[in-house]
Design a protein around this ligand. Sequence first.
Ligand code: MF3
Ligand code: CO
Length: 297
Amino acid sequence: MILHKSEYEKIDRNAPCWCGSGRKYKQCHMAFDDRIRKFEMRGIEVPKKRFIKTPKDIEGIKASAKINMACLDAVGEVIAAGMSTEEINQIVHRVTTEAGAIPAPLNYEGFPKSVCTSINEEVCHGIPDEKIILKDGDIINVDCSTIYNGYFSDSSRMFLIGNVSPEKKRLVEVAKECMEIGIRAVKPWARLGDMGNAVHQHALENGCTVVREIGGHGCGFEFHEDPWVSYVSRPGTGMVMVPGMTFTIEPMVNLGKADIYEDADNGWTIRTMDGKPSAQWEVQLLVTETGTELLSW
Ligand code: MF3
Ligand code: CO
């Protein structure tokens, strides 16, 4: 058996706690670290210590999220048929930079715009363009991510343009319910796979499918940090959810089959293989001692 040193190994009981509370370790996070180490010893995946957020970090993420949500609110006020997705990009860019923040997508691995806009059969990572005009009956996901004082926030919403077919409306509702069920399944010391399975079951019960290849992610110190979050997972598997973890719930729900492909020309936009519509809502949350707290929505 290979024994490796745990990141959660006991430190001096009387030393100040690593969380910055100013209290002694034994009166603060010692029992917490013990609990994580017990999971680790059972071979269960645990978060890296550097991704556990302190109260100060949470304040930083919330300040970033406030700007992120202001972008989505601003888009929501004006989005309508006849508008180009480039106009959405400009709103997000303006609201973000006027608040002294940086749009996280811009130049991220070469992404050319400040927000992702994905219409109908586009699953995610749609690139805003002045030639893409919203039309009556479209459904669109606007996915915003912000960097403020080094802290990352990330959330997305769906918007219905004019008269949307009952089928697409229902898909948008099911995708929202999937996200809400995911949020409710996040419980401290439960497993990520429990959450993903709950999301998946709800989609299947409603005749929809969930994208397998793209999921959620830890978010806070980096745009995409550990863990990778699946919404098609088995219960009792995956990382243990530990208070202080921050990650996204963002299942991509398809009306048809789960299969997707990437646009070969722009290298970004993901679409459903069968051309049927896809919907996604995204929140960023914090695992707390008692449940969850939403950070960005
Ligand atoms: N905002 C997306 C997410 O939820 C990531 C977009 S990456 C980009 O994870 F480069 F396309 F912006
Ligand atoms: Co995300």
